[in-house]
Each structure stands twice: as C-alpha cells, then as structure tokens.
Design a protein around this ligand. Structure first.
Ligand code: 5AD
Ligand code: SF4
Length: 454
C-alpha cells in the first residue's frame, strides 16, 4: 500500500449521498487515502453534491470558491490538491462545471464512483478535467468493496434512480433509470453490516418501494418479500426504508407491515400537495383520496404506523384554495415529521417551463404557514408520547456525560441518562419530556435488572 494521503469529502443532500460518500471512501482506501478533518490540508477533496433544489446546487459553487485559497496555499507549499465534484450537480452540469469553476479536476456522476481511483490517477498524470458522467453498462455495485458499518444504524442502498418523472424533479435525469440491486447482493451486504455491529438497516432508494429484484435462485422477488428475508437475518432488530412513492404501496407491502415486527411502524411517504389538480400537474399519479386510503390501509395493518412527508409550496399556478387543501391534508394525516420546500424551477424539468409562477412573497408566506402547521402536527404527536414506553435503539452519545441518544420506531430522537452498555441495543424507555426537536426519557430497566433477568 502507498503512503497515506488525505481525503476530505463533503456531502450535500439526501441519505443516498451519505451512503455514496461512504462507498467513495471505501473505494479510495486501498490507494492510501485516509480521512482529513478539514479540506485545508487534503490531497483529494470530493464534493458529493445535490441538485434537487437551486439552493443546494449553488452551495457547491460557493464552496468551490472557498477551496481556491486552500488549493493555492497547498501549491505554494509544493503540494497538489485534486478537486473532484461528484453527485447530481456533476451529472447535470458536466463540462460546464469546469468552465464555471476552473479549480475542478474531476467531474463524476453518481453512477461512476467505482471508477474514482482511476480518475484520480489520470488527473495526477494529465492536465485538464477528467470527466465521467456516463451511465455505464456495468453496475457500479458489482465493483465496490463491501461497506463497513459505522454504528448501530447502517444505510444500505437497494435501489437507485427513478422512472416516475414527477414534473418538478431532476432525479430521473441525474440518477438515471431505476435499477434494483439483486436480492442476493442486498442480503450479503446486510449480513456484512450486521456482523460489523449494525442493528438497524435503513434501506435506501430514490423510489425504494418500487424495488423488484432478481431472486437468489432465479425469478424475481417483490419488495415485501425482500423485507421478509432481511428481517430473518439474525441480529437485525429494525428495518426502515426511504423514500417511498404512494402508488407503489402494494397490498403485499401492507401485509409486510402487518407481519414483520422488525419493520418499523413509520414511513416516509411524500404527499407534495393536498390538491388533486396540483398532484396531476406534478405527475404524481394519485389523488389525495388515494393517498389517504393508502394511509388507512397501512394503519389497518399496523395501527401504530405514522407517516412523514415532503411538500412543495408555490408549484406553478398553486392557488390559495389549493394551498389550503394542503393544510387540510396535514390536519387529517397528522404527520409526525415533515419537510416543506419552496418550488424550485430545475433546468430541464417540465415544471420549469410552466406559466403562472407564484409570487415569491406569497410562496414565503405559504411556506411559513405550512411549516407552522407541520411543527404543530409533530408537536402534538410528541406530547402524546409523554407517559408512554417506547423501544429506543441507542446509537449516539449525547452532549452530556452519561447521556445516550436513540430513536423510537417512529424516528423521534430520545435523550436518556443510561449506561454506556445500552449503546447499540434497544431498550424500553419511558418518555418523560418534550424538547424542541427531541424527547427525553428514562430507561425502564437498569442494567443490573437486565442482568438479573437474563
Ligand atoms: N422544488 C422544490 N422541491 C423539490 N423537491 C424535489 N424537487 C423539487 C423542486 N424542484 C422536494 C420534494 C421531494 C424532496 C426530496 O425534495 O418534496 O420529495
Ligand atoms: Fe423525483 Fe418523483 Fe422520482 Fe421522487 S418519485 S425521485 S420526486 S421523480
């Protein structure tokens, strides 16, 4: 192995990017790259970017501006900093990125990061930009080393890309067509993560519940079947998946929620708007009534199941009455955790060309009103948790000595004073308080009591 070099990766955007960043680190490790704490003295800086909204994309350019000084200082000291832009901005902008930011040495899309070592080597040999934004025929997952678990909760990408083409969304263009990893590959990766200490698997995909994949013995498995098989792996305490599309919540998936205790009673199921006309213009493929019926069916199968959602306010032509319909839907569902965004016209998407853009001050006002309604909905749920006992998987140390932080099955963060031995285990915790973004709790059983009972 060559001598250690320093690598700094900044991750923007979604959990898939967090997963991708970990895989880029894995693939660069054999070249001798080790994590640096800051970009200042890194030999290789990778910006793993997000293109979903304008703000996210623009952040990349301001960060590249800041990197210039570090790169210059490194060159003056006789070194060289290689700068790579990966992810969805790289995919969308390609060569244009280099023109706007000459500092950039490598531009690579989300489908080619298994080729990163080769690109770095080429960049060190030659001048000019190394560009790879192909959608290669080979599946990158076949070329990546097995990932390591980084704590009790681990991400596992099972699906990538999206074929749904919601009219506002860049994902089908930047991540490409839907690809489902074969079941055997997913199961092997899951087993590896559990062997390294993972207890919770968070299955990732842009349209994760559309997963239908090659079965180990030939034929295909549905997503529900995959969930059943993953739940059978010894050591898996919890299964989650994100992000889902409402039209892919099949009866079989609902049955999986009824039958699999490890599958958490929580789903990220974006509604985007509470008005049917807007949903149609967004090409979401369902009505509000159908969404509510899906929620009812899920709750009939698993009564404690709760939803989180994403919303877009100010979609072109959105009227006040249509926005009110979104507020009404929030009232009906009682989402426990949600995200609301201002519509951002993304280049190349059909919605970017729509007339009747909503005035910025109206969009701001609607965003504030929706966020207040969502905060209220979350707060109601959190307050209703007080006095209940929840199974909490502790996965982080808290800010104070003796404190650990974990999550309930419905994703609420819980702080508790508890022995360090609770890390990576699921404990019964009585919820005693509600903070702005989290709950506080008291463990129901002490370690001594647990030991005595075992
Ligand atoms: N403008 C605003 N929000 C968007 N999202 C996706 N594309 C856009 C856009 N062009 C939001 C959706 C999606 C979440 C990940 O980002 O709500 O569910
Ligand atoms: Fe984008 Fe729609 Fe696909 Fe989600 S389902 S990634 S919003 S196109």
């Amino acid at each position: 192995m060559s001598e250690p070099k320093k690598l700094y990766i900044k991750t923007y955007g979604c959990q898939m990017n967090v997963y991708d960043t970990a895989r880029m680190k894995d693939v660069l490790a054999p070249l001798g790259y080790r994590a640096a704490d800051t970009p200042a003295d890194a030999d290789l800086v990778v910006l793993n970017t997000c293109h979903i909204r304008e703000k996210a994309a623009e952040k990349v350019y301001s960060d590249l501006g800041r990197l210039r000084a570090h790169s210059r200082a490194k060159a003056e000291a006789g070194g060289r900093m290689v700068v790579a832009v990966a992810g969805c901005v790289a995919q969308a902008e390609g060569e244009a990125l280099k023109r706007r930011a000459p500092l950039v040495d490598i531009v690579l899309g989300p489908q080619t990061y298994h080729r990163l070592p080769e690109m770095v080597a080429r960049s060190l040999r030659q001048s000019g930009v190394v560009l790879d934004t192909e959608f290669p025929a080979e599946a990158k997952f076949d070329f990546l080393p097995p990932p390591g678990a980084d704590g009790p909760s681990a991400f596992l990408a099972i699906q990538e890309g999206c074929d749904r083409f919601c009219t506002y969304c860049v994902v089908p263009y930047t991540r490409g067509a839907e690809y489902a990893r074969p079941a055997a590959q997913v199961i092997a990766e899951a087993k590896g993560l559990v062997a390294e200490g993972a207890r919770e698997l968070m299955l990732l995909g842009q349209n994760v519940n559309a997963w239908t994949g090659e079965a180990p013995g030939g034929g295909t498995w549905s997503f529900g079947r995959l969930l059943r098989e993953l739940a059978e792996i010894e050591g898996v305490s919890r299964l989650r998946y994100t992000t889902s599309h409402p039209t892919s919540v099949t009866p079989e998936l609902i049955a999986a929620h009824r039958d699999i205790p490890a599958l958490v009673p929580f789903l990220s199921l974006p509604l985007q708007s509470g008005a049917d006309r807007v949903l149609k213009a967004m090409n979401r493929g369902h009505t509000v009534a159908e969404y509510l019926a899906t929620f009812d069916a899920l709750r009939a199968a698993r009564p404690e199941l709760r939803l989180s959602s994403d919303f877009i306010v100010g979609f072109p032509g959105e009227t006040e009455a249509e926005f009110q319909a979104t507020l009404d839907a929030v009232g009906k569902v009682g989402f426990v955790q949600s995200f609301a965004f201002k519509f951002s016209a993304r280049p190349g998407t059909p919605a970017a060309l729509l007339p009747n853009r909503v005035a910025p001050e109206i969009v701001d006002d609607r965003l504030a009103r929706l966020q207040a309604a969502l905060a209220d909905s979350q707060s109601r749920f959190n307050h209703a948790c007080v006095g209940t006992v929840a199974p909490v998987l502790f996965d982080r140390v808290g800010r104070y000595e003796g404190q650990l932080i974990g999550r309930t099955p419905t994703m609420q963060a819980v702080h508790a004073e508890i022995s360090a031995a609770a890390m990576g285990t699921v404990r019964a915790v009585r919820i005693v308080g509600v903070g702005p973004n989290s709950l506080s709790g008291v463990a129901e059983t002490s370690d001594q009591e647990r030991d005595a009972a075992e």
